[in-house]
Design a protein around this ligand. Structure first.
Ligand code: GDP
Ligand code: GDP
Length: 460
């Protein structure tokens, strides 16, 4: 059971600094210039024994028109809607401003659980501001220094009772994923579709300019990830929870935009690691290619990494709208795919246009199916019938006159599917035979495109 905390407040009060401290990795970028951080960002936070999701919001602004500020304010309101708790931050050294007051009003109405924090609370210069914060009517202000790490214990102490209360009201039963060798053969295997509390985790990876942000925005159907002319903004490994069609998903995006010269260098440094991190978080990895330059070295590396990490992979070829010779091109793409990424045999290749939205429904279906396959469980009874027929079709070799015996197969894990075959002389079994078995599993149990792990084990 986990909860979500949104950090809100006007620009420059220290929200990103707190976010960074809670998340512990330098996922977010901090800048002195107000309003640099304009996206909703999420990270996995740790505080004491608590693990939760933290959302760092856009700055709150009074502007209510369709300007960037108005949009930012709407985004913030959304964050408050998504979050279970909200931490409203003011700058204690600046004192309470009229903007703070106006938003305190909104938050009082909107969010059931608001924690008030007076940041930059280190030193005497903050004393007056902390006192003023009481007048916001949001209870006792928590004196923090996000920069110096002061007040974190108090924050924890305030959160614990809220969380206990929240958990007792929101009990969910987590589905079992792993089973032991002695699993019940007759057990009905049900695929647990993604839910709001367990959204399908997707990473969208690909070269800069492949269209990752455009794609995510299109799925999101709103301007939560601000792109476009005003977009010189920070982008790093962030995740966003949303509904894609009917499916609750959490999408991890990686640094894609490099428009702001100032943060260019920091972004470049972050981006490689972020791609890897996004893959590790994900269940399904969407490798987004640019139709004009598909299967570049970088694309191949990340696809291979995703396979090695045991993730389900879907390849999407973007910018299909500007492709003239579609049929010819598709043939070429499929050939390159088979040749360059044999380890992803059978993985779907979907052509899309992030710009127009074409193909996105097919992409969604492919992602869901990949996720379902990745979670697939084959009963031991089915497996052993299958193993017998595989052996009959092609008996294992008999090195030195002693035939290797395959006795028994079982699935030990899902996500990705992993199997063990009990076998005499496992070290003598050629890899070509293991490959024969893996391909057989893939075909006979209809598991294209998902990594399949197979271990041969001796009985003793
Ligand atoms: P945001 O716009 O609300 O996300 O604010 P930032 O996290 O970007 O912080 C704005 C500025 O305030 C940065 O220069 C931070 O270094 C500074 N800052 C953040 N927290 C503290 C703090 O606890 N004490 C002091 N003195 N400065 C802080
Ligand atoms: P990112 O770096 O991967 O996040 O890429 P962006 O989403 O910023 O897109 C890079 C550029 O490609 C932008 O100019 C987009 O407008 C453009 N683009 C993205 N998707 C498409 C598409 O499907 N068709 C066309 N024609 N252009 C696209």
């Amino acid at each position: 059971m986990s909860f979500t905390l949104a950090i809100v407040g006007r620009p420059n009060v220290g929200k990103s600094t707190l976010f960074n401290r809670l998340v512990g990795k330098r996922l977010a970028l901090v800048d002195d210039q107000p309003g640099v951080t304009r996206d909703l960002r999420e990270g996995e936070a740790r505080l004491g024994d608590l693990r939760f999701t933290v959302i760092d919001t856009a700055g709150l602004e009074e502007a209510n028109d369709d300007s960037l500020q108005g949009r930012m304010r709407r985004l913030t309101e959304r964050a408050v809607d998504i979050a279970d708790f909200c931490l409203f931050m003011i700058d204690a050294r600046a004192g309470v401003t009229s903007t703070d007051r106006m938003f305190a009003e909104i938050l009082r109405k909107k969010s059931a659980h608001v924690l008030l924090a007076a940041n930059k609370g280190e030193g005497r210069a903050a004393d007056d501001g902390v006192m003023e914060a009481y007048e916001l009517g949001l209870g006792e202000p928590l004196r923090l220094s996000a920069e110096h790490g002061e007040g974190m214990g108090d924050l924890l102490a305030e959160l614990i009772p809220l969380v206990d209360d929240f958990e007792s009201k929101n009990k969910v039963i987590e589905p079992e994923v792993d089973v032991t060798l002695e699993d019940d053969e007759d057990a009905e295997e049900v695929y647990v579709a993604p839910t709001k509390s367990k959204p399908l985790q997707i990473a969208v990876v690909g070269r800069p300019n492949a269209g990752k942000s455009t794609l995510i925005n299109k799925i999101l159907g709103e301007d939560r990830l601000l792109t476009g002319p005003e977009a010189g903004i920070t982008r790093d490994a962030i995740s966003l929870q949303m509904e894609w069609g009917e499916t609750p998903v959490r999408i991890f995006d990686t640094a894609g935009m490099r428009k702001k010269a100032k943060v260019q260098e920091k972004l470049e440094k972050l981006s490689v690691g972020d791609g890897l991190r996004a893959v590790k978080f994900a269940e399904v990895v969407v490798v987004l290619l640019d139709a004009a330059i598909p299967f570049e070295q970088q694309d191949l590396r990340i696809a291979d990494l995703a396979e090695r990490e045991g993730r389900a992979v879907v390849v999407a070829v973007n910018k299909w709208d500007i492709e003239d010779e579609k049929q010819e091109k598709l043939k070429e793409l499929k050939e390159s795919f088979t040749r360059l990424l044999p380890q992803l045999r059978g993985a779907p290749l979907i052509t899309v246009s992030a710009k127009t939205g074409r193909g996105l429904e097919r992409l969604r279906e492919a992602v869901l199916r990949a996720h379902e396959i990745w979670n697939r469980r084959v009963t031991t009874a089915q497996l052993n019938r299958w193993l017998t027929s595989m052996i009959e079709a092609h008996p294992p070799p008999a090195p030195g006159g002693r035939r290797i015996k395959l006795r028994y197969a079982t699935q030990v894990k899902t996500r990705p599917p992993a199997f063990v075959v009990m076998c005499s002389l496992p070290e003598k079994l050629p890899t070509s035979y293991s490959r024969y078995l893996v391909n057989g599993l893939r075909e006979d149990f209809d598991m294209p495109g998902t990594p399949i792990r197979l271990t041969m084990r001796s009985q003793s």
